[in-house]
Design a protein around this ligand. Structure first.
Ligand SMILES: Nc1ncnc2c1ncn2[C@@H]1O[C@H](COP(=O)(O)OP(=O)(O)OP(=O)(O)O)[C@@H](O)[C@H]1O
Ligand SMILES: [Mg+2]
Length: 211
């Protein structure tokens, strides 16, 4: 079993703590915050309390999301904008998801949010976002809302490549293997539109509602 109780996370979000894998500097281990699942369940409206605790677990949700219809094809291009998935791994602080750690020359990659707050929507990042959109449309990858802090930037061949590191999988419950292309196209278009509203909302001081 992997020991993480003595390790310091390199980052954390609302749901999970992120560690560099102690035996592999190119992999990331994410563990759901202790007690979070019980807390979420307690605070959900009564009608949602009947759902199992597992359905709130971001790692389990992500594990399912990587099995979606679009990703079971054998096409290396699918991974261009997505951290690779290596399964679930036992650690001394709970089950962790193991994924590709996105880095640039040994530095952990920065988020799109961080970039936008520093430089704004530059021509360079606009091109990267457009390329990312094309990939989403071509491959019809289902994601939750695309939020800039869940996208990180990898420098490759003099370009910035956007990588999804969190938020794969559909927004609400839909079957992951049996949906129509028509549905997926509409779904992806909506995520792209909302990604831009979120970017504009972030950059204009987060006033009002972003959706
Ligand atoms: N594979 C990765 N490569 C590089 N950085 C990463 C990776 N995974 C996570 N990070 C960094 O860690 C932060 C938190 O990770 P993540 O978004 O997975 O946590 P979370 O708790 O699920 O987030 P949320 O609050 O959105 O639910 C990210 O915003 C990013 O900066
Ligand atoms: Mg996140």
């Amino acid at each position: 079993m992997i020991n993480l109780s003595d390790a310091t996370p390199f980052a954390e979000g609302g749901n999970r703590k992120c560690y560099v894998h102690p035996n592999n500097p190119n992999r990331c281990l994410k563990v759901v915050h202790p007690g979070l699942l019980q807390e979420i369940k307690k605070n959900k409206p009564w009608y949602k309390r009947f759902r199992s605790i597992d359905s709130f677990d971001d790692n389990l949700r992500e594990e399912q999301a990587y099995k979606q219809k679009a990703l079971i094809k054998d096409n290396p291009n699918l991974w261009k904008h997505l951290a690779k998935w290596y399964g679930m791994t036992k650690t001394d602080i709970g089950m962790a998801s193991e994924t590709e750690l996105i880095k640039n020359d040994n530095q952990i990659a920065e988020t799109l949010e961080n970039y936008l707050f520093t430089y704004g929507v530059t021509e360079e990042i606009k091109k990267s976002i457009e390329e990312f959109q094309m990939w989403l449309r071509e491959n019809l990858i289902l994601t939750k809302n695309l939020i800039p802090h869940n996208l990180v930037l990898k420098e490759q061949d003099g370009k910035i490549i956007i990588k999804i590191i969190d938020g794969l999988g559909p927004q609400a419950f839909i079957p992951l293997h049996d949906y129509s292309t028509y549905f997926a196209k509409r779904y992806v278009e909506k995520r792209i539109k909302l990604m831009w509203s979120r970017i504009n909302w972030d950059l204009s001081g987060r006033k009002g509602n972003w959706k």
